[in-house]
Design a protein around this ligand. Structure first.
Ligand code: ADP
Length: 258
C-alpha cells in the first residue's frame, strides 16, 4: 500500500526537512502521525499525495512510485487518494450536495464536470456519502452556513464520494473544539473501517492519536523517533518525542473519553 525507502524531502535548496530510512503502511491500517511543529508531518502527507517529490528515495503509494512516475500515473493514484484538510477547503457558496459531488470529479469526464453534469452514479455516490455522515437534512444548505464540525463532515462526505483506497487527513480536527474533534474523528475512523480504506492522519494531540489510531508514528526534526501500537505510547515516549518543545504537547488525560 505505502512503502517509503531512503527518502529525503527538501524545499528548494534548503536542507531536508524529512529523512526516512524505511516506512511501510499496510492496507487498512489506521495511522496517526504526531510530533512537534515543523517535524515534517504535513510534508510526509504531501509526499504521499504526490504534491512534493523527494530529493531522493522511493515513495510507493498504491503500487506506483510517485518519486519518478509520470503525470498520468500520478493522476491515476491521486484519484484513489482522498485528502482532508484542517481548514475543510469547501466551496463556501456551494451546497452540501455540490461540495460532496466535487469528490466525484476524478470519476467524471472533465467536460462534464465543467458544466456540473454529473452522472446518476455520481449523484448516487454523493447522496450515499451524505447519508453516511448524517447531513441529509442539510443537503441543500450552503457550506458557509454550517458549523466548523459540520463543514468537516462535508469534507469527509466529499472524501467518501471519491471512493478512495487511502484517506490522508492533515490536522483534520485542529480547527474544532474538543467535542467536535472527537465527533469528526469518530466519523472518520468509522468511515475508514466501513470502506476498508487506509487512514493516515496527522494529529496535534497525542491523546487523540492514542484514542483513535491503531498505530502511532512520532516524527521529530524529520525523523521517525517512535513507531508502534497506539496503546504502547507512554508519557515518557511523548516527553522524548516533544522534548523541550511543549508548545503543542498535551499530556494524556487518562480519564479522557476521546
Ligand atoms: P509539521 O506539519 O510537522 O508542522 P511541516 O511538514 O509543515 O511540519 O514543515 C516541516 C519543515 O518544512 C518546517 O521547517 C517548515 O518550515 C518547512 N516547510 C514546510 N513547507 C514549506 C514550504 N512550502 N517551503 C519551505 N519550507 C517549508
Amino acid at each position: 500500500m505505502i512503502q517509503l525507502e531512503h527518502i529525503e524531502v527538501a524545499y528548494g535548496r534548503e536542507r531536508p526537512v524529512l529523512a526516512l530510512e524505511s516506512l511501510r503502511i499496510a492496507p487498512g491500517e489506521r495511522v496517526a502521525i504526531i510530533g512537534p511543529s515543523g517535524a515534517g508531518k504535513s510534508t510526509l502527507l504531501r509526499c504521499l499525495k504526490g504534491f512534493v517529490r523527494p530529493r531522493r528515495g522511493k515513495v510507493e503509494v498504491l503500487g506506483v512510485n510517485l518519486a519518478c512516475s509520470g503525470q498520468s500515473a500520478r493522476r491515476a493514484v491521486n484519484q484513489r487518494v482522498a485528502l482532508i484538510y484542517q481548514q475543510f477547503r469547501l466551496v463556501p457558496r456551494l451546497s452540501v450536495l455540490e461540495n460532496t459531488l466535487c469528490g466525484r470529479l476524478g470519476h467524471t469526464h472533465r467536460w462534464r464536470s465543467l458544466f456540473g453534469w454529473f452522472t446518476p452514479e455520481d449523484t448516487r455516490a454523493a447522496w450515499a456519502a451524505i447519508i453516511e455522515v448524517g447531513l441529509t437534512k442539510k443537503v441543500h444548505q450552503r457550506a458557509d452556513t454550517l458549523s466548523g464540525g459540520e463543514q468537516q463532515r462535508v469534507a469527509v462526505a466529499r472524501a467518501v464520494a471519491q471512493e478512495p483506497e487511502l484517506i490522508l487527513a492533515d490536522e483534520p480536527v485542529s480547527s474544532l473544539d474538543p467535542a467536535w474533534a472527537a465527533d469528526v474523528l469518530e466519523l472518520l475512523t468509522t468511515v475508514q473501517s466501513h470502506h476498508h480504506a487506509t487512514l493516515v492522519m496527522t494529529l496535534h494531540q497525542p491523546e487523540l492519536a492514542r484514542g483513535f489510531a491503531q498505530r502511532v508514528i512520532g516524527l521529530r526534526a524529520g525523523h521517525i523517533v517512535w513507531d508502534g501500537p497506539a496503546g504502547d505510547l507512554t508519557d515518557d515516549n511523548l516527553q522524548a518525542l516533544y522534548g523541550s518543545d511543549q508548545s503543542n504537547y498535551v499530556p494524556f488525560r487518562h480519564d479522557a473519553t476521546a
